[in-house]
Design a binder for this molecule. Structure first.
Ligand SMILES: Cc1cc2nc3c(=O)[nH]c(=O)nc-3n(C[C@H](O)[C@H](O)[C@H](O)COP(=O)(O)OP(=O)(O)OC[C@H]3O[C@@H](n4cnc5c(N)ncnc54)[C@H](O)[C@@H]3O)c2cc1C
Length: 472
């Protein structure tokens, strides 16, 4: 079969959907969106049963369709904050978003279809149900919406050996397996491990029965600082603290001391150095709960789990067959190297503004429809890879702020950003009369210019010394 289309979008996760949604809202084009999975929604289709968004639903998803009702939760660990969709709600939402796209008449969605690559007659796509190979003739661009494909527990193979007799389950199987265990060892440093620990604590497992193997300690944002709409003042306040710290920092360690001192970032154990930064957030209650777990092993990555011992990079720990080991070591967000987003005949979806994947994909869709040439489009959307460590933070923030300034110089882009439901700062203009918001805006404007300059130097691209200090 030969398919002709303006755009072939590979990957129907949040990024592919948000891109297509924004593109067809602006341009009269034909789009073919494919995914090898059985439905749209990407990694959410395989998420563990108790997963939730870690950010509010209010600015997640696709631009044209609200997720949730912008309710403030009244009980639980999210009390006082905007609702966060469960995995099931996210999956249902993306199913609706996909069906709305097909109803536009502009979008054809082919699930269980895999992009194989480029052949002599154009792009090749395999129908995974029949094995048939289709040729796709693309008039405009192939859009790689899988470049940052998430690696989630259900699809990854652990990077450590599991000897016979050792009990190891992915986090997806924790609810089913938990009752048959007396003790639990959670493996991993990131948000998934945090979710496993909080699930156990919420299900009345005493902290003394939980051991946590953390190769790295992580920095977290406080969830209060990422609340949109009526609480948007907290977001600009947080950003103003980022800018102030960035403008004054001498080096990465100093920067993180400042960010912690201002309350902008938190770590579970304040007596231990934290080197990981993934942009994830916790509420105060989650943080308090996690701090109850005192049996933390910091001996690097796990190499092998046996019936009675765990072999790690830098040592060993005892275990017993009654312990359920919960694998939370999947990478999550992929650290793919930056490449230009707009290329001849191709778009490679990546991050632009920090920590907002759907916003970024939608922005690229809008800029593709609205912008002039690729040079200008790439100026408005320079790639800004996900951060993994504290050393990525200076680049992540300085690039975000430099890019946001460019948006302001383009009235169409500035207007789209201002109105986008995916823009976490959307409600800021409605709150500018509030004195705390004015103070935060003033602090941000005072420091952001110097912060960009200084963070670019700390990042190393602008001339930092081997130890990461700023050159005089
Ligand atoms: C547990 C978890 C919670 C998160 N919570 C938040 C949050 O609260 N807020 C937030 O902003 N972000 C959050 N994120 C980040 C999240 O990853 C992004 O928001 C987003 O879901 C990523 O979507 P994606 O489309 O880029 O990738 P994916 O969801 O991984 O989608 C990529 C798709 O490409 C398809 N694909 C790959 N190769 C091919 C091929 N050759 N042919 C066809 N199809 C192919 C895959 O099947 C997949 O469906 C979270 C991530 C995780 C793991």
């Amino acid at each position: 079969m030969l398919i002709t289309t303006d755009y072939l979008v590979v990957g129907a996760g949040a990024s592919g959907l948000a891109f297509v949604d924004a593109l067809v809202a602006e341009a009269d084009v034909e789009v073919t969106l494919i995914d090898r999975r059985c439905a749209a929604g990407g990694h959410w289709l395989l998420a563990y049963p108790f997963v939730r968004l870690h950010s509010p639903s209010a600015y997640y998803g696709v631009n044209s369709l609200a997720l949730g009702a912008d309710r403030i939760d009244e009980v639980g660990e999210n009390a006082g904050y905007y609702e966060r969709a469960t995995g099931e709600e996210v999956r249902d939402y993306f199913a609706v978003a996909a069906s709305r796209l097909t109803r536009t008449g502009q979008v054809r969605i082919l699930t269980e279809h895999e992009h194989v690559g480029q052949g002599a007659d154009g792009e090749q796509v395999r129908d995974l149900r029949t094995g048939a190979l289709h040729h796709v003739s693309v008039r405009r661009r192939v859009v790689d919406a899988r470049y940052l494909e998430a690696s989630v527990p259900a699809m990854h193979s652990p990077a450590f050996e599991i000897a016979s007799g050792a009990r190891v389950v992915p986090i997806n199987d924790l609810p089913a397996a938990a009752r048959s265990a007396s003790y639990y060892t959670v493996l991993g440093s990131g948000k998934t491990a945090v979710d496993a620990c909080t699930w156990l604590l919420d299900n009345d497992v005493e902290p003394e029965r939980i051991r946590w193997i953390r190769p790295r300690d992580a920095w977290f944002h406080h969830r209060a600082d990422f609340q949109p709409l009526e609480q948007v003042g907290a977001i600009i306040n947080g950003l103003s603290l980022d800018a102030e710290a960035g403008a004054q920092a001498e080096a990465v360690d100093d920067l993180f001391e400042r960010l912690e001192a201002s309350g902008r970032l938190v770590r579970i154990d304040q007596s231990r150095p934290a080197t990981m930064y993934r942009g994830t957030m916790l509420s105060g209650r989650e943080l308090d709960a996690l701090r109850q777990i005192e049996d933390v092993i910091r001996l690097g990555h796990v190499r092998r789990i046996e019936r009675d011992r765990i072999v790690l990079e830098h040592g060993e720990a005892r275990t017993v067959p009654e312990v359920l080991h919960v694998d939370c070591t999947a990478l999550g967000l992929r650290n793919a190297p930056a490449t230009p987003i707009f290329q001849p005949g191709r778009i490679v979806l990546q991050q632009v503004r920090h920590n907002t994947p759907p916003f970024n994909a939608a922005l690229v869709g809008f800029v593709e429809a609205d912008g002039d040439d690729d040079a200008q489009k790439n100026k408005l959307c320079p790639p800004n890879p996900y951060a993994s460590s504290i050393h990525d933070w200076p680049r992540m923030m300085s690039r975000t702020w430099r890019t946001e300034r460019r948006w302001l110089s383009e009235p169409d882009v500035a207007a789209w950003v201002a109105e986008s439901r995916l823009n976490l700062l959307r409600a800021l203009p409605d709150h500018l009369a509030e004195p705390p918001v004015q103070l935060a805006v003033q602090r941000f404007l005072t420091h952001v210019g110097a912060a960009i300059e200084r963070l670019e130097r700390i990042d190393g691209s602008g001339g930092c010394g081997a130890a990461g200090t700023v050159r005089a």
